[in-house]
Design a protein around this ligand. Structure first.
Ligand code: NCD
Length: 318
């Protein structure tokens, strides 16, 4: 199985069958990652370059580990120290790296659409590790795997996505994925942080947490993304926590077996009570991190299979 596209730029272009194929392969990598010997050779001989123009802990570390476990040569570009600081454009940097014949380019960039643009200029496979407030496809895939494992299925679930949805690429990618897999979605947050366009996708919109969480199976919390706000979107953090911070009282309105998710990094005491985040009976936040490595291994494996198939039909010039 390969994916139809050469790149993984977003959830928008994936079919439900492709999503399922990535998750099924990731299951195999979950088992490998739990084994004492964690190496496979799906990316042996290939070169992976990680270019993070925005800070990242989980995503960068898991892409690096994923590539190394599959046998790739992995290079992390330190973008603060690179020529970007000297004024080189994103495209010039990409073309320079392209001349070194990478096979996989993992890119995070603060501008929406920058990763798509870069993908048009290089002849390797590009994975979007988050672009502005646009898409973060591997986060949505790892969230989907976490939900599927916790709930035993990935369809017909009531899922509430809560908080700063307007600034969140995680929310956008998740909404698209969970909608494609036929779940019932609710967006919950203050009106100032709710995008309008998703009502068209059939999402229900709530400004009251208790109403929004009523009976739902999955509660997905999002970070308040101050760095993307140009003005006052909330009266105060205290007020925000009071109305939208997930605590035991608000969670009591969800289904008794509802799971709690958060992509990280978390602001404890702003969007989530630390006790809920650490409650191993409700929170799957650590599983999300674990699934992140497996999903990234699966995504890179499938893209590499696609590259190999493409190169067999059109041999690389030497
Ligand atoms: C998210 C991101 O960077 O988009 N984090 C992540 O990848 N785990 C969410 C966030 O920054 O709030």
């Amino acid at each position: 199985m390969t994916l139809r596209a050469r790149h993984l730029l977003g959830i928008a272009t994936l079919t439900p069958g492709e999503i399922t194929a990535i998750l099924d392969l990731a299951e195999r990598y979950v088992a490998l990652n739990r084994a004492p010997q964690k190496h496979a050779d799906a990316l042996a001989g290939l070169t992976q370059i990680n270019m993070f123009f925005e800070t990242s802990t989980r995503t960068q570390a898991s892409f690096e580990l994923a590539g190394k476990r599959l046998g790739a040569d992995v290079m992390n570009m330190v973008m603060q120290a690179s020529s970007i600081k000297k004024g080189e454009t994103l495209i010039d940097t990409a073309l320079t790296l392209n001349a070194m014949h990478p096979d996989l380019l993992v890119v995070r960039h603060p501008h929406s659409g920058a990763v798509d643009l870069l993908a048009q200029k290089v002849n390797c496979a590009v994975l979007n590790a988050g672009d502005g407030r646009h898409e973060h496809p591997t986060q949505a895939l790892l969230d989907a795997l976490t939900i599927r494992r916790a709930k035993g299925r990935l369809h017909r679930l009531n899922i509430a996505i809560c908080g700063d949805i307007a600034h969140s690429r995680v929310a956008r990618s998740n909404i698209m994925l969970l909608h494609k897999m036929e779940n019932r979605l609710r967006l919950v947050g203050p009106a100032t942080l709710l995008p309008r366009d998703f009502a068209d996708l059939g999402c229900e919109v709530y400004t009251d947490m208790e109403e929004g969480l009523a009976g739902c199976d999955v509660v997905m919390m999002l970070r308040l993304q101050r760095e993307r706000m140009d003005g006052g979107f909330i009266p105060s953090e205290r007020e925000y926590y009071h109305r939208y911070g997930l605590n035991a009282e608000k969670l009591a309105h969800a289904a008794p077996d509802a799971i709690v998710m958060h992509p990280g990094p978390m602001n404890r005491g702003i969007e989530i009570d630390g006790a809920i985040a650490d409650d191993i009976n409700r929170s799957v936040i650590r599983e999300q991190v674990e699934m992140g490595v497996a999903v990234r291994m699966a995504a890179m494996d499938l893209l590499a299979q696609g590259l190999r198939a493409e190169r067999e039909t059109a041999p690389v010039e030497v």
